[in-house]
Ligand binder design. Structure first.
Ligand code: AHR
Length: 329
């Protein structure tokens, strides 16, 4: 059974969603495709890769929502974090004549040409998770998280925690050129403005655990455990890699070096409960039902908003301990 985007919102339940733009929000039941008993709707999904626990949860959510049972035939591609490979995958979807394309764009720039090609071929594109810098009329809709707000919430915690105390901070950035890396950096910087927090180093760990570990090892060699007070990691996986590096260097993560990160995946939440991470801002990966609802509505010719934000929350150690067992990812 195919569902509209509004039906999807109800199904997700715990996920709060905000549409930005003029209200209409999709609506009717199953649009296009099998209509309850015919052919499947062919959808190409260009995923970033498999860089993190968040990404695994997002892929699972997408594959569940775009199932045959729901009336879809999903052609899945994971580009291993390579922007050129992801654009090639989208071109392949176009040449195969899929009915709709969903993209989680690795980076923001470089999409104009291929989105224009999809538009020329009459294939609607839905973006999920990350945003692009291309003109809005080249895609039908986007659903995801407010990455800048996530950065602000992480920064507000740091500002509250350290305030006027001189604080040496290192940053593990996400993939260079990606929307979450850009926006989380901007939001955090705004929130700590006027505090005594000083960024002494900032490098990309590419959103991976190995990347976070390697870059943190470099920071620790350069500054020592005693020379770093705070780590801001753009995702939990990099924070988890950094925790390994801090422990190997004889430090106590969460005490010698305070850690704030983003995602709230299971392993990150466990590290928060264990006191190795001090604060986490959520980034909800369960976008599949919403993306499938948008595809359905767009193919049915219904009006959808250009932008749908899913609300995130934040977790202290106590809050994480209270919910960790009931969270689905
Ligand atoms: O785009 C969302 C980000 O991508 C998540 O925070 C990160 O874990 C993932 O790799």
């Amino acid at each position: 059974m195919r569902r509209s985007v509004l039906g999807s919102i109800a199904l997700i339940g715990a996920v709060a969603l905000t549409a930005v733009g003029c209200a209409s929000g999709g609506g009717g039941a199953g649009a296009g495709g099998d209509g309850g008993g015919g052919e499947l709707v062919t959808v190409g999904f260009a995923q970033t890769g498999s860089e993190s626990g968040w990404r695994s949860a997002n892929t699972e959510s997408m594959q569940e929502a775009f199932s045959e049972e729901n009336g879809f035939e999903l052609i899945f591609n994971a580009a291993d974090n390579d922007p050129a490979a992801q654009i090639s995958a989208v071109r392949d979807f176009i040449s195969r004549g899929v009915e709709a394309i969903v993209i989680a764009p690795i980076v923001e720039d470089g999409w104009d040409d291929v989105l224009q090609e999809a538009s020329d071929a009459g294939i609607p594109v839905i973006l999920e998770d990350r945003t692009v810098s291309a003109p809005e009329d080249l895609y039908a809709s986007w659903v995801g998280l407010d990455f800048k707000k996530e950065g602000v919430m992480a920064g507000e915690w740091a500002a509250e925690e350290f305030g006027d105390t001189p604080t040496k901070m290192v940053v593990l950035e996400g993939t260079t050129g990606s929307a979450p890396a850009n926006d989380r950096a901007e939001g955090f910087a705004e929130a700590i403005e006027g505090t005594a927090i000083e960024t002494i180093d900032s490098q990309t760990g590419d959103f991976t655990r190995d990347g976070g570990k390697t870059v943190m090892e470099g920071f620790l060699q350069k500054y020592g455990v005693d020379g770093i007070d705070l780590l801001y990691a753009h995702n939990d996986d990099m924070a988890l890699g950094a925790i390994e590096a801090i422990e190997a260097a004889g430090g106590v993560p969460g005490e010698d070096i305070k850690i704030v990160s983003i995602d709230a995946v299971k392993d990150g939440m466990q590290a928060l409960v264990d006191g190795k991470i001090n604060f986490i801002v959520e980034c909800n990966p369960l976008l599949g039902e919403l993306a499938a609802g948008l595809v359905t509505d767009v193919l049915a010719g219904e009006t959808v908003e250009k932008t749908y934000y899913v609300e995130d929350q934040t977790f202290t150690q106590e809050q994480a301990a209270a919910v960790i067992d009931s969270r689905p990812y």
